[in-house]
Design a protein around this ligand. Structure first.
Ligand SMILES: [Zn+2]
Ligand SMILES: [Zn+2]
Length: 351
């Protein structure tokens, strides 16, 4: 089978490798059909590391993906504990928790210290034609959802989890810094959750345009306008109830804190390239901010599928570029350069 491996910074190579064996207990063999490129993938691609994880040998990226089931092991129950069927199209939640630690027992599998994660070094991801996955991580996709929407259910799950943690209430004002795919979805969900105002910030005009198309009540380019001043202007100096950072988590964290009202909430979703949190203690303390670190998601796939099939969130509109598996290196290079109009890049595998 064809496989795309990351060998080092900006070095993705296509190769041929043996197909996986038959699936074991609780496992499914997938024919991979569609894989998304995420901001965290771009970190690994550009730097050869993410957070404090260094990539020390070639590995396969791709944690946002869907495929078709071509074989099942015994006891292959899906994420909702129903039997899977050969031929089903499934979206796959990439984190596989242990289900037997304190965090898993307490309903926080996203914080399980014993998990592995498809597409995060050293666990191989989905940029290959065949892959064995845990059946419990599979969520069947309704026919009305496209292959492209499959990888985006993961992105939507990240956004749902951030919104859950934000505790947005009806009538709240919300600022979202960074409206890449995750930020755009957060913005959209904040509106659906009842926020009266959602103001979007980004460096890229086409993303701000998309935010407006999706209902943002304000959109500002941070290169042309001071984002904190913009928020203070539209809120008469009060600040927003909830400020969400979904960008590169550099000085934008401080900006988000500056945007929040006294007693407001600050939700941090972005991952900084240098693993440092930049936040003035005095601002957060004097305002009495509640600071929330959002990590991944937990059991969001069923809700993500509901939102996507109902049309309340239009996942296909986020896909700006499509490439074949053989073009993976070029796809990453163009995404990393933020070529004009790039939102979500999707790689099509074996279809
Ligand atoms: Zn991702
Ligand atoms: Zn666990």
């Amino acid at each position: 089978m064809q496989v795309a491996r990351l060998h080092g910074p900006k070095d993705i190579r296509l190769g041929s490798e043996p197909a996986p064996p038959a699936p074991g207990n609780g496992e499914a063999l997938l024919k991979i059909r569609s894989v998304g490129v995420c901001g965290s993938d771009l970190h690994m691609y550009e730097a050869g590391r993410i957070g404090y994880t260094d990539i020390t040998e070639p590995f396969i990226l791709g944690h946002e993906f869907m495929g078709e089931i071509i074989a099942l092991g015994p006891d292959a129950l899906n994420g909702e504990h129903q039997p899977l069927q050969v031929g089903q199209r499934v979206a796959v939640e990439p984190a596989v928790p242990c289900w037997r630690c304190e965090l898993c027992e307490h309903g926080h599998p996203n914080l399980c210290p014993n998990h592995y994660f498809y597409g995060l070094f050293p666990d191989d991801g989905a940029l290959r034609e065949r892959m064995i996955v845990s059946a419990r991580n599979c969520f069947p996709m309704p026919d009305s959802l496209s292959d492209d929407a499959g990888p985006l259910l993961e992105t939507l799950g990240v956004a749902i989890h951030a919104i859950d943690l934000s505790k947005i209430r009806i009538g709240h004002s919300v600022a979202v810094i960074g409206v890449g795919p995750v930020g755009l979805l957060i913005m959209r969900l904040a509106l659906l959750a009842g926020a009266a105002r959602v103001i979007a910030f980004d460096k890229l005009d086409w993303r701000l345009q998309k935010a407006c198309d999706w209902g943002a009540t304000g959109a500002f380019n941070v290169d042309r306008q001071d984002p904190v001043a913009a928020i203070m202007d539209v809120t008469d100096g009060r600040g927003v109830d909830v400020a969400i950072e979904a960008a590169w988590a550099d000085h934008s964290v401080q900006q988000a804190a500056d945007m929040a009202r006294y007693g407001g909430r600050l939700v941090l979703v972005g991952i900084p390239p240098d693993d440092q949190l930049r936040l003035k203690h005095s601002v957060a303390r004097r305002k009495g901010l509640t600071i929330i670190m959002s990590r991944r998601m937990k059991h969001t796939y069923p809700r993500a599928i509901e939102l996507a099939t109902s049309g309340k969130v239009k996942l296909d509109e986020l896909v700006s570029h499509r490439f074949d598996l053989a073009e993976t290196a070029g796809a990453y290079a163009s995404n990393a350069a933020y070529e004009d109009g790039v939102n979500k890049v999707v790689l099509r595998v074996g279809c």
